[in-house]
Design a protein around this ligand. Structure first.
Ligand SMILES: Cc1cc2nc3c(=O)[nH]c(=O)nc-3n(C[C@H](O)[C@H](O)[C@H](O)COP(=O)(O)OP(=O)(O)OC[C@H]3O[C@@H](n4cnc5c(N)ncnc54)[C@H](O)[C@@H]3O)c2cc1C
Ligand code: FES
Length: 279
């Protein structure tokens, strides 16, 4: 029987400093064995446990899209013990990857609908995966209008700018990029994500929203969507609770009736509305 705790060996192929303050790095990981690359079949919204020798394991959302080939991308903030060790590692170093874990965004249920994607800060990682998946020629015609609203503190803190500019150029999605304050050379939007959502005013009709961001962004975006008439069932969110096993065994991520790792991390707002405030 396959041991669910056994990580698959990977090599760091590339490390990219992703933000101006060096707090986020994107790691391109290559499987050491081709059969592992083939068996690691994931969908946007899923995560993996990344194990760092001598430090431990951390759950991280998969930032690459299944269409981008066998290498996996993870964009990781330097938060504490494991991620600090990870930030000191270089191309050629070895790690382990356990996954894919959790449920993906319910993109099959959004077929024929408009999609509104609201992202703040580094929580955009799995939404990058989602956008690449949605805009792929195999999938784009299954969806109506796609609106992408993404904000960060400063232009230098925005992730994946090259990708986002390409999505915009392709004309296949409405892109709204914003930063908190005016900045030299910045000619796009200025303001917090909830304010921009208010201006864009996405209609809830035949629509689904995916929201990922810091709690403060989510807190102020919810009333904007409520006022526009969005129902809790139409809003999908992804949680980032502390985890250990990642597979619904240890109970570390438990909230109400759910294990966030195995029942989520993706939930409808309707599911979260009835949970205790601890999430
Ligand atoms: C499903 C999922 C997806 C995630 N995706 C990403 C991602 O794409 N990129 C990324 O940078 N991070 C992501 N995280 C958060 C990441 O797992 C934590 O930052 C990481 O576990 C911290 O580990 P550490 O050992 O470096 O920090 P620790 O030494 O364990 O803690 C350092 C600090 O970080 C806080 N912290 C630890 N874990 C979490 C957590 N899960 N949520 C909030 N605060 C935490 C601690 O309270 C402490 O203040 C994700 C978490 C989950 C559950
Ligand atoms: S992390 Fe162990 S049950 Fe979720």
């Amino acid at each position: 029987m396959k041991n669910p705790y056994l990580p698959l060996p990977v090599r760091i192929k590339e490390v990219i400093t992703a933000t101006e303050d060096n707090s986020l790095k994107t790691f391109r990981l290559e499987f050491l064995h081709s059969e592992h690359a083939e068996s690691f079949q994931f969908k946007p919204g899923q995560f993996a446990q990344i194990s760092v020798p001598g430090a431990g394991e951390v759950p991280i959302g998969i930032a690459s899209s299944p269409h981008e080939g066998p290498d996996l991308l993870f964009t990781i903030s330097k938060a504490g013990v494991v991620t600090t060790k990870l930030h000191s590692m270089k191309a050629g170093d070895r790690l382990g990857v356990r996954g894919p874990l959790g449920h993906p965004y319910p993109l099959d249920q959004a077929t024929g609908k408009n999609l509104v994607i609201l992202a703040g800060g580094y929580a955009v990682t799995t939404l990058r995966s989602t956008m690449i998946w949605l805009l792929h020629p195999d999938n784009r015609s299954n969806y109506e209008r796609i609106t992408f609203i993404y904000g960060a503190r400063t232009p230098g803190m925005l992730l994946y700018l090259e990708d986002i500019v390409q999505w915009e150029k392709s004309g296949q999605a409405d892109i709204h990029l914003t930063v908190d304050n005016e900045a030299p050379g910045w000619e796009r939007l200025v303001g917090f994500v909830p304010q921009i959502a208010q201006q864009v005013a996405p209609s809830p009709e035949n629509s689904m929203a995916l929201i990922c961001g810091p709690p403060v962004m989510i807190k102020f975006t919810q009333p904007v969507l409520d006022n526009l008439g969005w129902k809790s069932e139409q809003i999908i969110m992804s949680l980032e609770n502390r985890m250990k096993c990642g597979i619904g065994i240890c109970g570390r991520c438990n909230v109400g009736p759910y294990y966030v790792c195995s029942d989520g991390p993706v939930f409808t707002k309707a599911e979260l509305d009835v949970l205790p405030a601890e999430y």
